[in-house]
Design a protein around this ligand. Sequence first.
Ligand code: AMP
Length: 192
Amino acid sequence: MRLILFGPPGAGKGTQAAALVDRYSIVHISTGDIFREHVGNATALGLQAKAYMDRGDLVPDRIVLDMVEDRLGKPDARDGFLLDGFPRTLAQVEALDDIVERNGHRLDGVIRLLVDEEELLSRLLQRAHEQGRADDTREVIANRLARYRSETEPAVARYRQRGILHDVDGEGDVAQVRDRVLAAAAAAEQAS
Ligand code: AMP
């Protein structure tokens, strides 16, 4: 199973990703988590990415793509994966197509969590309070939401055109959203 999980910051991607990887026994690849790990370990990649992340800007495609290509080449990603936070731009969509095709595979489905912007803002400010993530300040959050609208929504549209996009209502309690997400994944699996 090869899935992509889309959703604006604060939509609950991390939580729902856990349910999907559990159900399909696939590896969870979150580019945000990988970058945070590099920043934490002060690697060269982390140092390059940090300034963009701190502002809520996207890390440039060439940096992201090298990292993702490397990650998807690992043995644990051979039989399936869930991508979370990637692709985020049209260039990343195209690069992912290349990687998947080159390996003789195809994407089974794309799930997008839909959450109202006011709800997102309040969830993210709450998370800032609880976890103190550097990119969860009000100003940076606003920028991350704006980047999602301007750069990631057009990437999502590509998948809608291909007929593999499944929209899921991301509001309500976590278990309800999980049931909807799993139903969408099952529908994607059947259709592919
Ligand atoms: P996330 O945890 O997915 O919200 O990612 C945190 C930050 O990492 C983002 O605000 C970006 O700065 C960076 N990032 C993660 N994934 C990508 C990506 N696919 N393209 C560009 N930047 C990314």
